[in-house]
Design a protein around this ligand. Structure first.
Ligand SMILES: NC(=O)c1ccc[n+]([C@@H]2O[C@H](COP(=O)([O-])OP(=O)(O)OC[C@H]3O[C@@H](n4cnc5c(N)ncnc54)[C@H](OP(=O)(O)O)[C@@H]3O)[C@@H](O)[C@H]2O)c1
Length: 314
């Protein structure tokens, strides 16, 4: 296998921006179609990344973008539905549009990102059921027409994620106490660089065809432990109060009606499924706790961290 020309769908998001850089550094030529390319100026410095304004949900526009390429990578996903767009449209109908675009252009290789716990039949939320259905659909097309590989990550962390940063944002505003929904939910957070390396490695690896790879980091932590660690890094004095199941649900019902949808009932239902891998899985190497401990050294201006920064730069 010697695939080189990649169309990266969902490349403007958190995972996509990191994957675009990883692929470009490995010598792939990357076309990144998205709605607002002007917001991705940081990627323009890499000569083998082409940003293109396009409505990828439109079948003929997507097909035109795919022309002349030999790999499609799909990262498009949403955590919350809106009045304009549903889980079904993004996670299932769009898969059919991608497959059609691949067929129109003779593209066989397709990589896809799903989610840990995604299951068409028994997923605990709409998000997880539609993610599971989209993944199954892709693999069933893959049986004869396409070379499909999919990835099922736990929650992904990294410098510009919306996981650590979201909790950090809320904790900064905390005045004394922070009511945390679903404190016992379990995760094996996985580092963004580990995720994109595994994805890039698999493009030309024949062993990865038809595979579905769970992606977990080396630690399993409850949500409460994760938020306590973020609090420590921030140096905040704030009591994290874990809510009961009933109170967590009530919080979701209230917050999903506020602008920004910080937490919805569907998010609450997703959190009922552990986002962890089984014991046979080989974890990705980077630990969430180790990463967080390194953050003050990287970002704080305090002289207290000077020796730590020197250590990081060695
Ligand atoms: N981050 C995690 O912890 C995590 C964990 C498990 C699975 N995943 C999966 O990994 C994938 C990437 O996650 P991420 O964190 O990078 O998400 P993200 O930052 O929210 O990025 C999502 C991408 O999808 C695009 N998109 C969404 N709706 C679209 C629409 N209607 N039309 C066109 N583009 C649309 C976004 O484009 P715009 O920039 O134009 O909005 C963006 O490029 C998703 O499928 C997600 O479900 C993520």
């Amino acid at each position: 296998m010697n695939y080189k020309n990649v169309v990266l769908l969902g490349g403007s998001g958190f995972v996509g921006r990191h994957l675009a850089v990883e692929l470009a550094q490995r010598g792939f030529r990357v076309t990144l179609p998205c709605r607002r390319p002007q917001q991705l100026n940081g990627l323009r410095v890499l000569p083998n990344i082409t940003l293109q304004q396009a409505n990828i949900m439109n079948p003929s526009e997507l097909s035109a973008v795919c022309k002349g390429h030999d790999v499609v990578i799909n990262l498009v996903g949403i955590l919350n539905e809106t009045k304009k767009i549903s889980f079904r449209k993004v996670h299932i109908d769009f898969i059919k549009t991608i497959v059609q675009a691949c067929q129109n252009n003779g593209i066989k290789r397709l990589l896809h990102i799903s989610a840990l716990g995604a299951n068409q039949a028994s997923g605990s939320s709409q998000y997880l059921r539609t993610k599971g259905e989209g993944e199954n659909l892709l693999h069933s097309y893959g049986q004869n027409k396409l070379e499909v590989t999919s990835f099922q990550p736990s929650v992904i962390f990294g410098p510009d994620d919306s996981f650590i940063n979201r909790f950090a944002g809320v904790l900064r505003l905390c005045l004394g106490a922070f009511p945390l929904a679903c404190p016992h939910s379990r995760f094996s957070p996985v580092y963004i660089q580990d995720v994109v390396s595994r994805m890039a490695d698999s493009i030309n690896n024949p062993d990865s065809l038809s595979m579905r790879y769970p992606l977990c980091g080396p630690e399993t932590l409850t949500l409460q432990q994760i938020v306590e660690q973020i609090k420590q890094v921030l140096g905040k004095r704030c009591k994290i109060i874990g809510l009961s199941s009933g109170a967590s649900k009530l919080q979701a019902m209230l917050l999903e009606n506020l602008p920004g949808k910080l937490f919805t009932l569907d998010n609450y239902r997703s959190l009922q499924t552990p986002s962890t891998c089984d014991s046979q899985h080989t974890p990705c190497p980077t630990s969430f706790s180790g990463y967080l401990k390194g953050l003050p050294g990287q970002y704080s201006r305090s002289p207290f961290y000077d020796s730590y920064r020197q250590h990081l730069n060695r």
